[in-house]
Each structure stands twice: as C-alpha cells, then as structure tokens.
Design a binder for this molecule. Structure first.
Ligand code: ZN
Length: 241
C-alpha cells in the first residue's frame, strides 16, 4: 500500500514537472520546428555541404539556422576563408538564417564578465558583416553563459537560445524542447532514436528544436537519421503559421 502511494506521488510529480514547469512554449516566429546547426565554420566545410544538400532536398532552408563560429580556436578567422564565406552567402540567399555561436569557441568563453562579452560579441558581429548579416540569435558554446554576458547580448537585441530555454531581449524566457539525436549515432541505435525523435516531436505542443553538430552527424548512422527524420518533419507539420 505504501509503495502504491509513493508510486502515485511520483507519477503526480512527474506529470506536474512535465506539464506545467517545463512544457515547451510555441514560439510563433519559429513555428512547429527549427533546425539549429551548431559549430558552423571552415573546418567543417565538407560536412556542412553534405548536411545542407539534405536540407535543400527537403526544402527546409527557411527553418534552418546556421550558428557560425567567427574564429574557431582563435586560428580560423572567417575572412581567411573566402570560399567558405561565399558558400555561406549562397546558403543565406537560399533562405538559411546566419547566426552567431560565440567567437573562438574556446572553453566556456561566454561565461565571462560584461567587458569580455562585449569585446567578443563585437568581433563576432564584425566577422558576420562579411556576409552582410546582423544576427538575431546566439547560442553560447557549450550553452555556457554568465548572467553578465546574457545581459550584454539581450541589450544588443539578440535572442539567446539555450539548451532548455530561449531568452528574449524584452526580458521574457520561454522553455523549449531542444534535442540532438545524432552525436556519433551508432547504426544499432538508429531505429530507437527515430522512434524517440518522432514521439518527442508528436508530443511537443510547443516549438521543437533539432540540434545538429557537423562532424558528429556525418558519422555512422547520423545522416541516415537526418534523412528519415527530416522527411518525417516535412510530412507532419502541425500548423501553418
Ligand atoms: Zn558549439
């Protein structure tokens, strides 16, 4: 009897947690789903060609956000890679969104004070000017961000996407469903990941974010997952915003 009571309590707690506290919000500007490509930089040129070819095949360019590292590792400034910049320019012209993912991506670089955050943001914004882009969104490397750095980004009218929340410049914070299924996905787990991704998307009443890392997704069953899941998303758009 006691065990049953505690089981019921646990079920109630889990239900409360999943339904009220962390129910993902529907964010109209993103619609049903958005594809977030992390770590976009010249070091992943070939892998990014493979990923974007698939996204093009499903005509999902408009819901795909490229989070660019302006100077990966401190030794790959975008301006030194004109062919890559031209590639990003073509993607932008096709409808892809070009956004910002830190500056060098070294360590927890945006877990810093306001002055350092302002400096790195300024350098990043300058690099994206090569593409005539003013980013609307920012993802911190490793989702690691100090309160001060967050305040700097929001004050510049940039919306910050975190692992579980989106932080808007007007001060609102919305919970989101942000999932990644293709971190070096071994073939034996492909079906399991597809089932769980489809269920997760179907049960999310809010906006669903699919996060992808070039390199990690280009291995093993990653691209096969993407092929199948993007096809599923394309066929199951829930609303027409
Ligand atoms: Zn990253």
């Amino acid at each position: 009897m006691k065990a049953e009571v505690s089981a019921i309590i646990i079920i109630v707690l889990v239900f409360a947690a999943s339904s009220s506290i962390s129910a993902p919000a529907y964010i109209p500007r993103f619609g049903d789903f958005a594809i977030l490509i992390h770590d976009v930089g010249p070091g992943y040129f070939e892998q990014l060609k493979e990923i974007t070819a698939l996204i093009d095949a499903y005509s999902l360019q408009n819901v795909t956000y490229l989070f660019v590292i302006p100077n990966h590792g401190g030794g790959m400034p975008l301006e030194d890679y004109p062919a890559f910049v031209a590639f990003l320019g073509r993607l932008k012209a096709e409808g892809y969104h070009v956004e910002l993912h830190g500056y060098t991506h070294i360590g927890d670089e945006f877990d810093c004070n306001s002055t350092a955050a302002e400096e790195k943001l300024e350098l990043g914004l300058r690099a994206l000017k090569l593409l005539n882009v003013t980013p609307e969104y920012f993802i911190a490397p490793r989702y690691s961000l100090s309160e001060d750095a967050l305040a700097v980004l929001l004050s510049r009218n940039i919306t910050v996407i975190g692992e579980d929340f989106v932080y808007f410049p007007n001060g609102t914070v919305e919970p989101v469903c942000n999932r990644e299924y293709t971190w070096y996905l071994p073939s034996p787990f492909l079906d399991y990941q597809l089932v769980s991704a489809r269920a997760s998307y179907a049960h999310t009443r809010g906006t669903f974010f699919l996060s992808i890392h070039p390199g990690a997704v280009n291995n093993d069953a990653g691209m096969e997952f993407l092929r199948e899941f993007l096809g599923f998303l394309k066929a199951h758009e829930k609303r027409n915003p």
